[in-house]
Design a protein around this ligand. Structure first.
Ligand SMILES: Nc1ncnc2c1ncn2[C@@H]1O[C@H](COP(=O)(O)OP(=O)(O)OP(=O)(O)O)[C@@H](O)[C@H]1O
Length: 455
């Protein structure tokens, strides 16, 4: 597919020249001679690139005003200004307003082609980065309105702009990494790198090369470690308790000296890195057992932040569920589905030992398993049995998930019906023996069965 480029210029010669050069390169072109034509063309179909003349004779809006409208409607659409001799100042102002670049008349064909290629390439890369971020969950935000999550959010806002080292503690899957990313994203280092090193996933032998890198030596290339990569940004050390004792000593030295040497080297590498660590274990117990250095703990945990478990904030579950349906659908292309009241009630009553990650996995599983029409509702019966373990089973052996979406009165009716059917069948249909066993008058049982539409 040829790219679609719109050229806006009041001079027909320039329009045709630019269009001719770009079509020779295989691009598709459209032209407009004033602001109304230009905005109508963009309204018909969003082009991939716009060349826009600054001075437009006989036009309602001039180039800068058109740029403003374009940036409002399509902030990502790249615009290259065409500037006449002597209005470079205006061209620079246009770049400040969001134009990608400018070319000055008279221009060479090569320059025009090059600047168009670069603008298209940049815009493609920006789109790719945005998609990847979305898919990898890097744009994830802390969802929830419970008072405990609001408190967490305000702590994050307070400590993010400082440079203090932070220890994030919480159960597995509760959102510790997300909290660390949010801290980084709200800090002055937000445009710097956010590097993750997972101490639980790296063997003790590899830990130091991963952290400090390897000095170049004969026949061996230099490998950059996480600390060096995180320069100007944040290093997130996940599961710090799994850090080997030997490495703990070295990290402490880095924190004291503000520099380190690569493995096998003597050069001192100076870095400016904020360290955020996390733990799902009780570090005080690790310290007491002699497994974690107390002095390192105090240096890393200048500000401790505790992430609540999901069971502590069940009222956030409906919002999290909706958030994950949206997220999974975007990442996998699975249709967005509605969740039934019964399923939501079961999800809210579960204990979630695996916390938010486990909830997310269950939503993904539901969306994969749900078959049929895209608007079919996901019901409680589609949930794995361990998720419904809090829910009382029905006498007929089925799980009682469906009861969870009902008021007590209706739930009791379903239970009574199942219970009585099971008892009657147990006594071979003999109402007298059933009544005797369940402790009811025979006539009362008959009335009950009638009221429940049984038999
Ligand atoms: N409040 C929240 N809002 C939205 N998504 C969340 C929230 N908390 C956690 N998540 C999501 O849950 C998943 C698990 O979170 P995360 O990886 O941050 O947990 P963790 O505590 O670091 O886990 P682990 O202990 O296994 O390292 C991620 O997909 C994350 O985006």
């Amino acid at each position: 597919m040829a790219t679609d480029i719109l050229i806006v210029d009041d001079e027909i010669d320039i329009r045709e020249l630019v269009a001719g050069i770009l079509s020779d390169e295989g691009h598709g072109t459209r032209v407009a001679s004033n602001s109304d034509e230009a905005l109508a063309a963009i309204g018909q179909r969003r082009p991939q690139l716009v060349f826009l003349d600054i001075w437009l004779k006989g036009s309602r809006l001039d180039g800068l005003q058109i740029l403003e409208v374009i940036k409002e409607q399509h902030p990502d659409l790249p615009v290259i200004m065409i500037s006449g001799h002597g209005n470079i100042e205006t061209a620079v102002a246009a770049i400040k307003q969001g134009a990608y670049d400018f070319i000055e008349k008279p221009f060479k064909a090569d320059r025009l082609v090059l600047v168009a290629q670069r603008a298209l390439e940049t815009s493609r890369l920006q789109r790719e980065v945005r998609d990847l971020r979305q898919r990898s969950g890097q744009t994830a935000r802390l969802v929830g309105k419970s008072s405990i999550i609001n408190q967490l959010r305000s702590t994050i806002e307070r400590v993010a702009p400082t440079n203090s080292r932070i220890m994030v503690s919480g159960a597995p899957g509760s959102g510790k990494e997300l909290v660390a990313r949010t801290l980084h994203g709200s800090s002055a280092r937000a445009n710097g790198p956010f590097i993750v090193i997972n101490a639980a996933a790296i063997t003790p032998e590899r830990m130091e090369t991963e952290l400090f890198g390897i000095e170049a030596a004969e026949g061996r290339p230099r490998a950059t470690g996480a600390l060096e990569e995180a320069h100007g940004g944040t290093l997130f050390i996940d599961e710090i308790a799994d850090m080997p004792r030997e490495t703990q000593n070295k990290i402490l030295r880095v924190l004291v000296d503000q520099n380190f040497t690569r493995v096998g080297g003597a050069t001192r590498v100076h870095v400016d890195v904020r360290i955020i660590s996390s733990t799902s274990r009780d570090l005080n117990a690790e310290i007491a057992a002699g497994l974690f250095r107390e002095d390192l703990f105090h240096r890393l945990s200048v500000v401790p932040i505790r992430v609540p478990s999901l069971a502590e904030r069940r009222e956030d579950i409906p919002e999290l569920v909706e958030h994950f349906i949206e997220q999974v659908s975007m990442q996998t292309g699975l249709p967005r589905r509605r969740i039934g009241d019964d399923a939501m009630a079961v999800l809210q009553s579960h204990d979630w030992p695996g916390n938010v990650r486990q909830l997310r996995n269950n939503i993904e599983r539901l969306m994969i398993l749900a078959s049929g029409e895209p608007d079919a509702v996901m019901t409680a019966s589609m949930l794995p049995s361990e998720v419904g373990s809090m829910v009382p089973p029905l006498p007929n052996g089925a799980g009682g998930e469906q009861l969870m979406g009902l008021a007590l009165r209706e739930a009791r009716e379903i239970f009574e019906r199942q219970y009585l059917l099971a008892q009657i069948s147990r006594f071979g249909g003999n109402i007298s023996r059933t009544a005797e066993f369940i402790g009811m008058e025979r006539s009362a049982l008959h009335r009950k069965l009638k009221a429940l539409d049984i038999g």
